[in-house]
Each structure stands twice: as structure tokens, then as C-alpha cells.
Design a protein around this ligand. Sequence first.
Ligand SMILES: O=c1[nH]c(=O)c2[nH]c(=O)[nH]c2[nH]1
Length: 306
Amino acid sequence: MAIVLGPNQYGKAENRVVRITRDSTRHEIRDLNVSTALRGDFSAAHLVGDQSQVLPTDTQKQTAYSYAKEKGVSSIEAYGLELARHFVDDVVPVEGARIEIEEYAWEHAVVDGEEHEHTFVRLGQEVRTASITVEGKGAEQKTWVIGGLKDLVILKSTGSEFHGFLKDEYTLLEPTTDRVMATALVAQWRFAETGATWAEIDWNDVYTGVKRILITKFATIQSLALQQTLYEMGKAVLEEYPFIAEIKFSAPNKHHFLYNLETFGVENNNEVFHADDRPYGLIQATVMRDDAPDAGPAWTPAANLA
Ligand SMILES: O=c1[nH]c(=O)c2[nH]c(=O)[nH]c2[nH]1
């Protein structure tokens, strides 16, 4: 028996990078949470404490901040690609890099009926996400890009049913043809260079488009289950964007239970609910093309560690 070093990576997690664009009196803001992770042969650092192949996590942090100015943040996907490629291309021992980014949205504050040029109000809505993985040097290099969102809290007050389900001796749930459906949606979509190269993809445009499709489908489908709604949302995204190979959802079913007001002689016609926070149904699904190119390490945040 021998004890050996298994998979490993290292980096700086959660760099809170705020980039203000101030080319005119009207400023813009991009508010990011950036995590870097480098992969390669770092066995000497682990086995004998030799740092000669280790680019410090502090340097990774400094690079993330400097690149926010040097390369700009036109989108989190483009900025993440710049960072990942830099670490792999320019740092000799680095064979792979994983960059994970969250973006918090702000909008210009409205003051006296007009958008203020340098005051912003944080939008309480969803967080935009991206995960970029680059592996290999030179012509062998491979790139995976995932765009996404999380915490998109969305609710419909009708247009949702759930009935016809399996029953056994523990089943209490009553079937319904009219219920509240609500979730805090997590969606992640994997780009593939089919029909478009990375340089041709307008990351911001795709983000806005995917979000619009998700919300539209959630609203307009007469839902028979959250599972069906997720599938239809994913199908619509893949139909719209040929360069998205697959989309993954994780959706807590945020139950709204009709509150019993009978004791008070008060009629409750789907008007008063108890919003339960836990437990919640957790519905998770992937919608994909049957010929989707290999996902490789795209979904693996931590070099086979997770
Ligand atoms: O949309 C739903 N899917 C389920 O699988 C499920 N199970 C449940 O109790 N309620 C619901 N709702």
C-alpha cells in the first residue's frame, strides 16, 4: 500500500471585482464574484512543500482585478475566457484553469424621473453565472463555456395543475387543477462551437434571450408538473440557439398551501396561502441534444474533487 496525492486544484475563491466604466459622465457598473482554480502537476507543493511551480493564489487575485481593466468586462463569459486562457497559455506549469463567476445586476437609480448617471440600485432579481474551463496548451487546447442564472424567483398564481400521480398507503396529497407554482430557478446552459465559434457568440444577447424564453415558457405553459415546465423551457432554449448543447435546471418547488379559513366561516377560493419554506420538492433535469458534443470537464467545478 502506498499513499499518493489524488486530484487537486488551487486558486483564489470569491474575488469581489467591481468594474466601473467611466468614459463619459454616465457611468456603468459590473459587479462580480470571481473564483479561479488552476490545475496541473502541483505534486511538489503537496509532497515536499516546493513552491517553484506554484503561481500564488494572491497573483491569481491580482490578475482578476487587473484584467477587469486591461481586458474589460464586456460579459462574464468573455472576461472568464481571457483569464482562463491567460493562466493556461502564459503560466508554464498550468495545464488547466477553471473560472467561475457570478454577476450581481445594478440599474441606474431614477431621480426626478430620470436615470441618474452615477447612482445605482441593486436589482434584487437573479444572479448571472458563468463557468469557463480551459485545458491544454497550443493546438491541443480545449475550451468549455457554461452560462447561467440562479435565484430567478418566479411564481404563477394559476395555470398549474398536479394530478394523476401514483398513490400508496402514505399518499395524502390531493390532486389539483389550479395551484400556485413558484420556484427559485437555477439554470445553466452549455455552449458548443456548433454553427458558431466562441468569437461569434454575443454572450449578453444570449443571456437576455435565454432568460426571456425561460420566463415566457413558465408563464404560458398550462403546467401539469414542474418537470413538464422545465422540459418545455429547455426545449425552447435549444430550439432558439443551435450553439447551446444542453441546459440543466434545478428548481425547488416552493409550495404554497391553501390556508384553511373554514373555522372562521371565511371562504378561501385560492386567495390566501401559506408559503412554506421547507421541505420543498427539488426537481432537477437536463434537456439536451442527442448529438451534443462531449461535456468533458464542463460541469465539474473541482477537478474530480466534487
Ligand atoms: O410539479 C410537481 N412535481 C412533483 O413531482 C410533485 N410532487 C408533489 O408532491 N408535488 C409536485 N409537483
